[in-house]
Write a protein that binds this ligand. Structure first.
Ligand SMILES: [Zn+2]
Length: 252
């Protein structure tokens, strides 16, 4: 028996131009032995999943808030890049955000993983089967990421989809950040956090704190205007100044 269940979720999708509250209906299909009443599903209900958000202009970004960690969508015309994939099981939430942005997994050509930790790369298991995308990670982290398809190793200075790879080792040996030189947007992974003002990576989970501090100083020299961290809220004003101050204050 085919059972159609709907799960109502509320995702906060933060766009470059503002904040959009998006109600997302995740459709789960499959066989079910449950004897409980099935939630009625109507095509009308499913259609509302993509309502409420508009497409993005060139250079825009969107945050997919996956609770304690975020993924980011960078949509350019008909193509999209996704930076980080959250924990295992995040594929549906990211897919719903892509749909809400007028895109979808089919448009994703590039998946970039800032580092190997499971709260950033864990979603790959669910994403890999539904994308025809190149999947990239920093050279030294590739071996630490479980993937059904080969990962493309990247290094400092590589360019992908108009985005510059910045090698930011320390939190992990192969940690990368993703910088858009045309907009000053930096997707920082765990090289920076905004959980208590702008700070560097959590020393508890950082392999080499001195190297991580050097990476923060390197990021401060880029001319960053917006910081999109893995943990904490996007920093969209005063980001360059805050980063310079942080770089001057940290030891290591
Ligand atoms: Zn991490």
């Amino acid at each position: 028996m085919r059972d159609l269940r709907l799960t109502r979720r509320h995702l906060l999708v933060t766009a470059g131009s503002g904040i959009l509250g998006v109600t997302v209906l995740n459709t789960v299909t499959g066989c079910s032995k449950s004897t409980g009443p099935a939630t009625p599903a109507s095509p009308d209900a499913a259609r509302t999943a993509s309502a409420g958000a508009t497409g993005t202009a060139a250079g825009d970004w969107q945050r997919v808030n996956l609770s304690f960690v975020s993924a980011y969508l960078l949509i350019r015309g008909d193509e999209a890049a996704v930076v980080d994939l959250g924990t295992d099981g995040s594929a549906d939430s990211i897919g719903s955000a892509l749909t809400a942005a007028g895109s979808g997994w089919g448009a994703v050509r590039h998946v970039l993983l800032t580092h190997q930790h499971p709260d950033h790369a864990g979603g790959l298991a669910g994403v890999a089967p539904q994308v025809k995308a190149a999947i990239y990670a920093g050279e030294a982290d590739v071996a630490g990421i479980t993937s059904a398809q080969p990962l493309q190793p990247v290094k400092d200075g590589d360019e992908i989809f108009g985005l510059r790879i910045i090698g930011t080792p320390g939190h992990t040996a192969g940690h990368i950040s993703v910088f858009d030189p045309s907009t000053g947007v930096l997707v920082a992974g765990d090289a920076l956090r905004t959980t208590a003002g702008l700070v560097g990576p959590d020393p508890k989970y950082t392999a080499d704190t001195a190297q991580a501090a050097a990476s923060v100083r390197k990021l401060a020299a880029l001319g960053v205007k917006t910081i999109l961290p893995g943990h904490g809220e996007p920093l969209t004003s005063g980001a360059g100044d805050a980063l310079s101050k942080l770089a001057a204050s940290i030891k290591g």
